[in-house]
Design a protein around this ligand. Sequence first.
Ligand code: 6PG
Length: 512
Amino acid sequence: MNNQNQLYDIGVIGLGVMGKNLALNIADNQYRVAAFDLDELKVKETVRQEELERKQYLKHLTQARILGCNNLSELLSSLEKPRILLLSVPAGAPVDGVCESLIEAGIESDDIVIDTGNSLWTDTVDRELSYNQDFHFFSCAVSGGEVGARFGPSLMPSGSLTAWSRIEPIWQAIAAKVDTKTGLPIERFEPGNPVTEGEPCTTYIGPAGSGHYVKMVHNGIEYADMQLICEAYHLLSQGLGLSASEVGDVFERWNKGSLNSYLMEISADVLKQADPLTAAPLVEMILDKAGQKGTGLWTAVSSLQIGCPAPTIAEAVYARAVSTQKTQRQQLSKLLAGPSLSLSSELDKQAFIDQLEHALYCAKVSCYAQGFQLMAMQAKEMGWQLDFAEIAKIWRAGCIIRATFLQSITQAYQQDSELENLLMADVFAKQLSAKQDDWRIAVSQAVMSGVPVPCISSALAYYDSYRSSVLPANLLQGQRDYFGAHTFERTDKPAGEKYHLNWSSDRKLNKL
Ligand code: 6PG
């Protein structure tokens, strides 16, 4: 398949949905791409797609912009040296499989291999070390799904700065763009006509692993944000009795205000879609069992390991787990009583919809606060200098959690780069203080009507925990000291001084 002697700018390995679309995006931005997949059909399909698009949209171009390769040796010999290779293969063993095969095929030490999958960040740290002698292992987490990959994703690169300086121009070209003045995405979904103006949604995140860590937290927030929207749908449909399409209308309206986001937009669209088979609302024909690939779980695990509360993210993972236990839920729905009160009988529906809008906004801010705080704690642990204003900036377009309010997060970190918790930012402290009563009403109504809202309520518990200067951990420390002599500090003595009470004998206080 090789075109004689022409060398290509970048190699793409793995031509699934993401790899193929990234290859086409790169080609649209005037880079010559050599492409390979173990599945020959995928190579052919990518080459064919490029040809179709070129003939339709770029009639003046006669030469193929993507070269299909039969094997890794052919791919390597087609590339300009030092080479740049983009991997788009499933996370885990396949990444190492390709790296080993590249070594066998003759990759050279100044070549760069960029892992763009949803890899576990600790694997990325290990890989940079283990492949160091053979090539530059670089990583770049990608968000935006199929359309993002094709027309502009959000890109979170990390690893060696030398490697970054070589790939940065390509990354800036293919990334999603934000209007510099408004901070809003510039969207154009036209093959051959990429967005070249505006601010690219990519920035160097930091040393190896940091980009994948940031993407992992992005996904944790994504899980929570999606579940929050689902809970609002549940409350409006089960609680208020709105039809799917009426909930879609409510979401469309909310999407025009402070809740404006890609996830809100697509949720409205999903809710308003009729089932092509039965004409019923499609959402009602979709089985209520959620899948997951693990990045939300990794975020929750990381938060537990490092001791940074991210309860809403963890609840979102649990919510997916509960959803899969459909049979048990069906059995228990007949066994366990729910409240005898009905939400719809006593409520002013419109007032409740407005309160729920505020509740959803507050819960969303709370879950972003959790995610950003988690990144800050991990960064401190690892010695990464993460720039949170830049991270919020590159999430304003291209990625799944893109939302207008990321502009406020960007500004909050621009004003104070050391901000410990987003809830401390003036803008959010004021907004949440003003809306929190509505948040409580929404949660109370959900509880009283038996509609589960694990994320909306855990986000509120997070808010209440952080605004409590006193928590009942004093009793907890008493309990620990009682049964395990684990000691406690006193409110009236210097921090670090440990005390133990002889609970089972003379009850005397000892300073340790
Ligand atoms: C993105 C998405 C993407 C993918 C998730 C889905 O940012 O583009 O997060 O990475 O859709 O991995 O994850 P689940 O299958 O776990 O929902």
